[in-house]
Design a binder for this molecule. Structure first.
Ligand code: ADP
Ligand code: MG
Length: 241
């Protein structure tokens, strides 16, 4: 694959300027309809490497639309999305899929684990397709499961785990390939308060380890755990945090 991160821009008198992990510039996403809906209306935001950002906003404010764009599952109608300095609109579908598999980790509300596969197999599976060298797959999967506190559950089936444990498996699956950014859409939406707190503790630890996190949530308590809170209202950034 030919996709590479842009090098930091050196200026004569200053330190090199860091390239943001994520940068949206004036992004609009319209759904043609009729009636046409502008789900995002000129959104600009930059997320630095290692930042932990939450995105909140009422239902219909454009959160999922934004996450789909950040996750390379959708494209802006107008505007630019740079991931690690690379202009994603210049990538073809194959490169977008490769970047998605290698650089992005996803955590969803509904866990999306395969019920007939063991915990270890669930974490291993994405690594079959994203270029992780064969010899590194299982060690990385085991390490990720240790990381989320599930080293003793690797042979279990997801159905035998609690909701919080299932979401921790999903987090292990997302981070095992060492992505540049972790994207989460309502990661605590199916969890009770105590279990949500466990997942939030885990996100904080991953942040401390240097991972970049973008967490979409309608839960204020979850949003406040991030180091920066961005608010969307009616398709616009109403508070950039
Ligand atoms: P949120 O996740 O904040 O609840 P969404 O991003 O899902 O909001 O939706 C933002 C707006 O865009 C809503 O008005 C929604 O109905 C509209 N929308 C989202 N996806 C589509 C689609 N595929 N086609 C038409 N309208 C859509
Ligand atoms: Mg949504």
């Amino acid at each position: 694959m030919t996709v590479q991160s842009a090098a930091p821009v050196a200026t004569p008198e200053r330190e090199p300027v860091a390239v943001p992990a994520i940068e949206l510039r004036d992004v609009t996403r319209s759904f043609p309809g009729p009636p046409e809906v502008q789900a995002l209306k000129g959104v600009s935001i930059a997320v630095g490497e290692g930042d932990y950002v939450s995105i909140t906003g009422p239902s219909g404010s454009g959160k999922s639309t934004m996450l789909n764009i950040l996750g390379l599952l959708d494209r802006p109608t107008v505007g630019e999305y740079r991931l690690g300095g690379v202009l994603t609109s210049s990538l073809g579908e194959d490169d977008r899929a490769a970047v998605r598999a290698r650089q992005l980790g996803f955590v969803f509300q509904a866990f999306h684990l395969m019920s007939r596969r063991s915990v270890l197999e669930n974490v291993l599976l994405p690594m079959l397709y994203n270029g992780t060298p064969r010899a590194e797959r299982e060690p990385r999967a085991r390490e990720a499961l240790q990381r989320v506190g599930l080293g003793h559950r690797i042979d279990f089936l997801p159905g035998t785990l609690s909701g919080g444990e299932r979401q921790r498996v999903a987090v292990a699956r997302a981070v095992a390939s060492r992505p540049r950014v972790l994207l989460a859409d309502e990661p605590t939406g199916n969890l009770d308060q105590a279990t949500s707190a466990e997942i939030m503790d885990l996100f904080e630890e991953l942040h401390a380890d240097g991972l970049t996190l973008v967490v979409i949530t309608h839960d204020g308590a979850v949003a406040r755990r991030a180091s920066r809170q961005v608010r969307l209202t009616d398709g616009r950034v109403s508070d950039a945090g």
